[in-house]
Write a protein that binds this ligand. Structure first.
Ligand SMILES: Cc1cc2nc3c(=O)[nH]c(=O)nc-3n(C[C@H](O)[C@H](O)[C@H](O)COP(=O)(O)OP(=O)(O)OC[C@H]3O[C@@H](n4cnc5c(N)ncnc54)[C@H](O)[C@@H]3O)c2cc1C
Length: 512
């Protein structure tokens, strides 16, 4: 925990960010402890809404709506602990140091507690606060093992997942993984808070749509759906814990077999809660350890495959801190700067809208557009299709995902996209190109998932569902076929030709 202690003041402030929970919140627990140790001290809590910054970060409206609902629940939880909560509305991170300086003076705040965040703008914001003299005390809890604690023998961050995961388990095995409880109340229950709303979110996103309409850059071609409600996702720490426990009790033992089949409810679906810190990684690992106490040290433990996914999450976060350039959208493998992406805008729109003529790709994109979430197998399939079959810059896909995902997370999203495009750290090699037809046959054999999201194909037999209507591509670099039918389009690219084209164009990555 780092702290700037230059300011005196008798009270404390808890600044909630991507840690919207009361259980196992190190920063919040530390804040409560501090208050108990300081005579007559009080704890205040805030959340700072920054609509322009969120717009700049392409945060999906559905995720903002989800955050807003959690902020309201948090406010209720805090008043029951005797902690006063305030929603602060500023424009961007830039405004925070000045705001906190006057807030601390006005409320006699001697210490500000918050959880560390791995992204570059968030880190710069915190640095600016420290430089402004704000007594910021940061605890590292967005990962179970903080960035910088899982290093190779030379003291550097790993660039490959497998040795990272081995070392991660070695370090984790030496730790007691015990989540903290909700701190005891600091005072009597305060009055019920009024509903809190983020202001200027709608107008920010409407303004964004206007920019997009007038922009000539394909990168800006898509707008997030304006304020889709996240109501289909139940909110609250209780719900997150229920999902986690249900998964650990009923599904984790079959996760290895089930996790790749989107029609099976075989994964935990806790990513929306983890992304905004309603659940902590420590709670997840602790729950897994309760069921499988040997999971960290025993390679054959039935919980091991799921643990690995949590380690992937940590890997990408550690990478983001070790290589801050990743936050700026740079290729991890700079050889990829030479890739001549085709960036065809109408093909990109067809991909966004789920109209590529490949049912598995289209059903996946419609799942994203309708629910804000997409199954991991399908994230890999659609990312491979965009970057390899269509040769569209992975950053376009990354941005579209960010604008639509309820679990949008810079580290995992960037890592997943760079991995899929073949230009990331520990990437899938560029010559490994997912065949959407065999992916469809293998992972949705009876077409149940496809039919759910493409009801217009309900009457199609499985063979037709997996084998899109492809026509010959005229030449490698010509415009797409895109012959549309009344109810469902023909395939916009022919698989074999697109594959050959990708191998030629992405061949520059071979030199890496
Ligand atoms: C192109 C692409 C983009 C992605 N973008 C995101 C994103 O923005 N946010 C996000 O949370 N995940 C992202 N992922 C990772 C993964 O798809 C989701 O975490 C997973 O589908 C969430 O479902 P779940 O909670 O049921 O996961 P489970 O399979 O139950 O796994 C448990 C948790 O482990 C973590 N996890 C699982 N797989 C991965 C992975 N490959 N990389 C990093 N963490 C992982 C997640 O936090 C997940 O909730 C992306 C993957 C790809 C290929």
């Amino acid at each position: 925990m780092s702290v700037n202690q230059n300011r005196s003041g008798k009270h404390a402030l808890m600044w909630f960010r991507q840690d919207l929970r009361l259980t196992d919140n190190q920063a919040f627990t530390a804040a409560c402890d501090w208050v108990r140790q300081h005579h007559a001290a009080k704890l205040k809590a805030i959340y700072i809404a920054t609509p322009s910054q969120w717009h700049q970060h392409d945060i999906a409206p559905i995720q903002l709506d989800f955050i807003q609902r959690h902020v309201n629940l948090l406010a209720q939880g805090l008043v029951s602990l005797g902690v006063e909560f305030e929603l602060i509305q500023l424009d961007s991170f830039r405004d925070i140091p000045a705001f906190l300086t006057s807030y601390c003076e006005e409320h006699s705040i001697g210490r500000v507690f918050a959880g560390q965040e791995p992204e570059i703008n968030e880190q710069k914001r915190d640095q600016a606060c420290v430089e402004a003299g704000i007594p910021l005390s940061l605890s590292d809890e967005h990962c179970l093992l903080p960035p910088g604690t899982v290093l190779n023998l030379s003291g550097d961050m790993y660039r490959v997942f497998t040795p990272f995961s081995r070392k991660w388990r070695e370090v984790a095995a030496k730790q007691a993984i015990l989540p903290l409880g909700v701190p005891a109340p600091l005072g009597s229950i305060l009055s019920e808070p009024k509903p809190l709303f983020f202001k200027n979110i709608g107008s920010t996103y409407l303004a964004a749509s206007k920019d997009i309409a007038s922009s000539k850059k394909g990168f800006n071609q898509t707008a997030p759906n304006p304020l889709i409600s996240s109501e289909q996702w139940a909110a609250g720490e209780g719900q997150a814990k229920r999902l986690l426990n249900q998964f650990i009790q009923q599904k984790v033992q079959d996760y290895k077999q089930d996790r790749d089949f989107p029609a099976i409810d075989g994964t935990s679906v806790i990513s929306p809660y983890l992304a905004i810190g309603v659940l902590s990684p420590r709670q997840c690992v602790a729950a897994l350890l309760q069921r499988f106490p040997e999971v960290i040290v025993d390679d054959t433990s039935p919980g091991r495959t799921w643990l690995n996914e949590l380690i992937w999450r940590e890997f990408y976060r550690h990478l983001l801190v070790a290589f801050p350039d990743l936050s700026k959208g740079n290729n991890f493998n700079r050889q990829a700067d030479h890739v001549l992406w085709r960036n065809n805008q109408s093909e990109f729109l067809a991909w966004c809208e789920g109209k590529t003529g490949y049912p598995i790709v289209d059903a996946a994109m419609r799942q994203l557009n309708q629910t804000g979430w997409m199954h991991n197998r399908l994230r890999m399939v659609v990312a491979s299709f965009l970057t390899k079959h269509l040769l569209i810059d992975w950053r376009w896909g990354e941005r579209y995902f960010r604008q639509h995902l309820i679990d949008g997370d810079l580290a995992a999203n960037n890592g997943g996209w760079q991995w899929s495009a073949g230009c990331g750290c520990d990437a899938q090699p560029y010559f490994r190109i997912f065949n959407p037809m065999s992916q469809s046959e293998k992972f949705d054999p009876d077409g149940r998932f496809i039919r759910k999201y493409l009801p217009e194909l309900a009457s199609w037999g499985v063979t037709r569902l997996h084998q899109p209507n492809q026509q010959k591509m005229p030449s490698l670099f010509e415009a797409p076929l895109f012959a549309s039918q009344a109810d469902y389009p023909n395939a916009i690219v022919e698989h074999n030709a697109a594959r050959a084209r990708a191998l030629t164009v992405l061949g520059v990555l071979k030199k890496a």
